[in-house]
Ligand binder design. Structure first.
Ligand code: LMR
Length: 399
């Protein structure tokens, strides 16, 4: 049977990491996958997470299964990180959370849930979006459509086109929105634009699915939730896929959650009973370790304060690299205006480099960038920024 198979294409993001690992060039630079690097080019374990893990190792007394929805203390901490403790959604008990294996796991549960219970619903994705989004929903047999989002001429949000397209989406369809730090563009709506988006979503009866994978990496933990706050209106329904890969550095521990908000606690209880079936028939129940580390950090005031500081340090470094990148490109003689990169937020920016230029950067200089031109600013360091900008200047014909 297996003889009939041909090679599948490599994943556009993770496949690049595989090629990077096999590249023998000692000066290679990886700006592909969204992984944070510190100033020395390492991806260390957060000090707050390390302490939490030490506590877990000392006190964990069983490896018995978790429940299908995972750990209650973790799920509560996830909700409080999204909304704060006093939000009406929490006080009225109209949110249910299931611990999930990463943000991808959460999105897939959402896809299965939509397919099984709302078979006519489509999921609308921003153009562009994370390369894995359409494939996750395709695997769950949920049809996808796109809405306009990014304006390549201004390197910014095309708010008029976005509002126009949201205005065409029928009630009962799902619109996937990036909570903050849009992947791949680094372009987020302002607070006022979020309010406009929330108005049209409410008016039309569309269900928002917020992919929240970078909370804290844009403008701050609370500041990055401004869009979610806008969408969280009385009586609203929504889904949130949380990921702690980036803001806790727990990539390989697959730590995330799916949260469903319904009109009241009874509706949520019923909906969560179906989500439990999606989970049970997929991976049965979630892995424990990463979520236990997150719950330990978030529920301990000292560790929480330490973690806040660690997230701030990441955010500050990324924003410093954005400015340094723009300045160094100019110093190296690049004529094109890249100043937009300094105003964008999160790990990513759309550089405007073409697939051909991306290929040359990889083949000639061992610089790895996603073929769409998406660059991971968090992969830049003071050591690699000079050679990186020099190579870009050469590829752009400015040297
Ligand atoms: C990315 O976009 O690079 C990250 O979200 C990692 C991934 O799984 O693709």
């Amino acid at each position: 049977m297996f003889e009939t198979l041909t090679m599948a294409p490599a994943d556009p993001i993770i496949g690049l990491t595989e090629a990077f690992k096999n590249d023998p060039n000692p000066n290679k630079i990886n700006l592909g996958v969204g992984v944070y690097k510190d100033g020395d080019g390492n991806t260390p374990i957060f000090a707050s997470v390390k302490t939490a893990e030490e506590r877990l190792l000392a006190h964990e007394d069983t490896k018995n299964y978790l429940g299908i929805e995972g750990d209650e203390a973790y799920n509560k901490a996830v909700q409080e990180l999204l909304w704060g403790t006093d939000h009406e959604i929490l006080t009225s008990g109209r949110a249910g959370t299931a611990q999930a294996p990463g943000g991808t796991g959460a999105l897939r549960i959402a896809g299965d849930f939509i397919h099984q219970h709302f078979p006519n619903a489509r999921v609308w994705l921003s153009d562009p979006t994370w390369a894995n989004h359409p494939k996750i929903f395709e695997s769950a047999s949920v049809p996808t459509e796109t809405y306009r989002y990014y304006n390549p001429s201004s390197y910014g949000l095309d708010i008029d086109a976005l509002i126009q397209d949201l205005g065409q989406i029928p009630a009962g369809d799902v619109v996937l929105l990036h909570g903050c730090c849009h992947n791949p563009t680094g372009v987020d709506p302002s607070a006022e634009q979020w309010a406009q988006i929330a108005d049209i979503i409410t008016d039309r009866g569309i269900i928002p699915l917020v992919d929240f994978a970078y909370q804290g990496l844009g403008n701050g933990l609370a500041e990055d939730a401004v869009g979610l706050q806008s969408l969280s209106r009385p009586g609203c329904e929504l889904l949130v896929a949380s990921s702690f890969s980036k803001n806790f550095g727990l990539y390989r521990e697959r730590t995330g959650a799916l949260t469903l908000v319904g009109k009241n606690a009874t509706t949520v209880e019923k909906a969560m009973s179906h989500i439990k079936i999606c989970i049970r028939t997929n991976y049965s129940n979630p892995p424990s370790h990463g979520a236990q580390a997150v719950a330990t950090v978030l529920n301990d005031p000292d560790l929480r304060a330490q973690w806040d500081g660690e997230v701030k340090a990441m955010r500050d470094r990324i924003n410093t690299m954005r400015t340094l990148f723009v300045d160094t490109l100019e110093t190296k003689g690049v004529r094109r205006d890249f100043s937009f990169i300094a105003h964008q937020r999160g790990m990513f920016s759309f550089s405007g480099l073409t697939p051909e230029q991306v290929d040359i950067l990889r083949e000639r200089y061992s610089i790895y960038i996603v073929s769409s031109g998406r660059i991971n600013v968090a992969g830049m360091t003071k050591d690699n920024i000079g050679p990186l900008c020099e190579a870009i200047a050469e590829v752009l014909g400015d040297k």
